[in-house]
Write a protein that binds this ligand. Structure first.
Ligand SMILES: Cc1ncc(COP(=O)(O)O)c(C=O)c1O
Length: 334
């Protein structure tokens, strides 16, 4: 509420700095945004009602009709579905089924305007050489977007390597309790001002104040939780890697990981989510193992205090593989 019409007019002229309407700016949401921007070392942050709303905003702000986008490696499946949806607006894409910088460079065409990456990648936990990709993109005027949900800003700060936009599913580690769905975009003031007036306020996927309060609560224990996730997951990953029934463990913190050296350079720590492949990787074998679990529950949202596991590449009780480029792995988070 405003005391005078002049006060209102001044606030409405700059909604980024004033509380006019919560679809734009809200004091509780703003506290969460300041905390996340500080953690990522970014100039500004906006919080969204989900990670997908944040990813949509980042993609839509950097792409227009006729543009081309590159997806690097195994990206979270719903983000890939979103990118397929964007073809309706004449935005085209190429999925590079590898994290090699050379393969990404080969996929660049004159219309390429953005690159979406995750490092480590979803389900396969391959590492993208982030400094190499950003220098390739800077030279060609391509916007780099990274989903940093897995590492959190505690273990990886992509803005330091010149990434343009960092996105988060704050439903995961940032929230940390499986009781909220939220997202965040962190970037320069210039990019965030653009996103605020278009993809944030117009599309309206803003975070509610109560969810922001839950998020602030989660952020307060982020360092303690991440230490525990890292410790627990490494013990179990090590155990599984020595187990005779296991074909392979995909955890970037194990020295046997093919990109272990790059992981050590880029990551300051390891989250609790990794995957493993059974020697008996047929549907029945996977089903038997999952149904025998005692302490680890079956579920889909990682990043909370519960230990869970899912086999992402088999559909709901269907035997056909969802994604031919993804191994029949089990993703576990501890
Ligand atoms: C890597 C990654 N990014 C983004 C998302 C989407 O986030 P949200 O569920 O908050 O929309 C998920 C969800 O599982 C995810 O795993």
């Amino acid at each position: 509420m405003f005391d005078t019409y002049d006060d209102y007019a001044e606030a409405a002229n700059n909604e980024k700095e004033h509380y006019v309407y919560s679809r734009g700016t809200n004091p509780t949401v703003q506290i969460a945004e300041k905390m996340i921007a500080a953690l990522e070392g970014g100039a500004a942050c906006k919080c969204f009602s989900s990670g997908m709303a944040a990813i949509s905003a980042a993609l839509m702000s950097s792409l227009s009709a006729g543009d081309h986008l590159i997806l690097v490696g195994h990206i979270y499946e719903t983000s890939v579905t979103l990118v397929k949806y964007l073809t309706k607006f004449n935005i085209n894409y190429t999925i590079v089924h590898s994290t090699s910088t050379e393969a990404v460079a080969e996929a660049v065409i004159p219309q390429t305007r953005a690159i979406l990456m995750e490092s480590p990648t979803s389900f396969t936990f391959d590492i993208v050489n982030i400094p190499e990709i950003t220098s390739l993109c800077k030279a060609k005027g391509i916007c780099t977007i990274i989903d940093n949900s897995w590492a959190t800003p505690l273990f990886q700060k992509p803005l330091e390597w010149g990434v343009d936009i960092v996105v988060h599913s704050a439903s995961k580690y940032l929230g940390g309790h499986n009781d909220l769905v939220a997202g965040a975009v962190i970037a320069s003031k210039e990019i965030m001002n653009r996103i605020f007036s278009k993809e944030y306020e117009l599309i309206g996927g803003s975070l509610a104040a109560f969810e922001a309060w839950l998020l602030i609560r989660g952020l307060r224990t982020l360092p303690l939780r991440m230490e525990a996730h890292q410790r627990n997951a490494l013990v179990v990953a090590q155990f599984l890697s020595e187990h005779p029934a296991i074909a392979r463990v995909n955890h970037p913190g194990l020295p046997a990981h093919p990109q272990y050296e790059l992981a050590c350079k880029q990551l300051r720590g390891y989250a609790g989510l990794f995957s493993f492949e059974l020697k008996d990787s047929a549907y029945e074998g996977i089903r038997r193992v999952i149904n025998k679990l005692r302490l680890i529950r079956i579920g889909v949202s990682w990043g909370s205090v519960e230990s869970q596991l899912i086999s992402p590449n088999y559909g709901y009780n269907k035997q056909d593989l969802k994604n031919q480029h993804m191994p029949q792995s089990l993703s576990v988070w501890l």
